[in-house]
Design a protein around this ligand. Structure first.
Ligand SMILES: Nc1nc2c(ncn2[C@@H]2O[C@H](COP(=O)(O)OP(=O)(O)O)[C@@H](O)[C@H]2O)c(=O)[nH]1
Ligand SMILES: [Mg+2]
Ligand SMILES: [Zn+2]
Length: 292
């Protein structure tokens, strides 16, 4: 019997050609119905229904998204593997913003220290210190192919993406994982495209899951919250806030703030708190410009 329709996932988009991995495990090159393209977009990661008409595969339905990110556009991400390294120097403000975005989008963040071959254990531990109690932290080296198998529990059965600054080694890590997979399962191929073409997104299969090279985290979603809500995206700060003198404490200028107290006692990271203040101000400033 001929198949008339099939469910699948969009794994690659090049102009108006969509590659869909069907639930049968096969890949189909598909076009999209005009109405879908008019409504906006189909993203890599979208779960779709494909119908077959006169030998063509056509995306007929895009199913509701669990989340969506921009620049590049991707959908239905379960987990973000946030990469930092000794070089380039970690931009922790960006990392904190990515973590906040993860919480906003319902994505599980995992912190990866790549290029471990360049760093000392002390340097790695110092970077992980403010995060390790509530985020999984993994040390690895794409160059030396060390620690890669530790990623399996974070990837298996999930859709994940790499996030982080340019040149921390996201593409190298993905390639190293694909190599590992090639050796163990005889599956998948290396990324063929050039180094700086992260404009198009593609899903690769390895370690039992779907991996995107990068995911787009729009800073817009941070400014979509109110400054006083920011605290809810700091799992490490939340336990202290009940002890602030004011119930409405924003943990910025108020007296008897338990979070500031914990920073002074060294229980919370001073640097991370200062970044909290910077992000708080950024959101406040954005609101001011919106409503003035
Ligand atoms: N020493 C060292 N260099 C690495 C490692 N992983 C990646 N690199 C280098 O870091 C640079 C940037 O890597 P790339 O994967 O393009 O970073 P991306 O921009 O995050 O995708 C390249 O020159 C890589 O060879 C590593 O584990 N150790
Ligand atoms: Mg890259
Ligand atoms: Zn407070």
């Amino acid at each position: 019997m001929k198949i008339k329709s099939l469910d699948g996932k969009v794994v690659k988009i090049v102009s108006n050609r969509y590659t869909v991995r069907g639930d049968d495990g096969k890949e189909y090159k598909a076009f999209a119905r005009g109405k879908l393209r008019l409504q906006g977009d189909i993203y890599v990661g979208d779960n779709v229904k494909v119908v077959f008409e006169r030998g063509d595969a056509i995306i007929d339905v895009v199913k509701p998204r669990q989340n969506q990110l921009v620049r590049p556009y991707v959908a239905n991400v379960d987990s973000a593997l946030i990469v930092v390294a000794k070089e380039p120097e970690p931009d922790m403000l960006l990392i904190d913003k990515i973590i906040i975005n993860c919480h906003l989008e319902g994505i599980k963040p995992v912190l990866l220290y790549n290029k471990a071959d360049l760093a000392t254990e002390e340097e790695i531990n110092a970077l992980f210190a403010p995060y390790k109690d509530y985020l999984d932290c993994v040390v690895l080296s794409a160059l030396e192919k060390k620690g890669l198998e530790k990623l399996k529990p974070y990837i298996e059965g999930k859709v994940v993406c790499f996030a982080g600054q340019s040149a921390v080694g996201k593409t190298s890590l993905l390639n190293a994982i694909l190599d590992l997979n090639l050796k163990t399962d005889g599956l998948s191929a290396k990324i063929k495209r050039g180094k700086n073409t992260t404009r198009h997104v593609e899903i690769y299969q390895a370690l039992g899951g779907d991996i995107m090279d990068t995911c787009g985290f729009s800073m817009l979603s941070i400014v979509s919250i109110n400054p006083e809500e920011l605290i809810y995206y700091y799992e490490d700060f939340i336990p202290y806030q009940d002890k602030c003198r004011f119930k409405s404490c924003t943990h910025t200028e108020e007296p008897d703030c338990a979070i500031k107290q914990a920073v002074e006692n060294g229980e919370l990271s001073k640097e991370r708190y200062e970044r909290y203040l910077a992000i708080y101000e950024e959101i406040k400033e954005h609101k001011r410009r919106l409503y003035d």
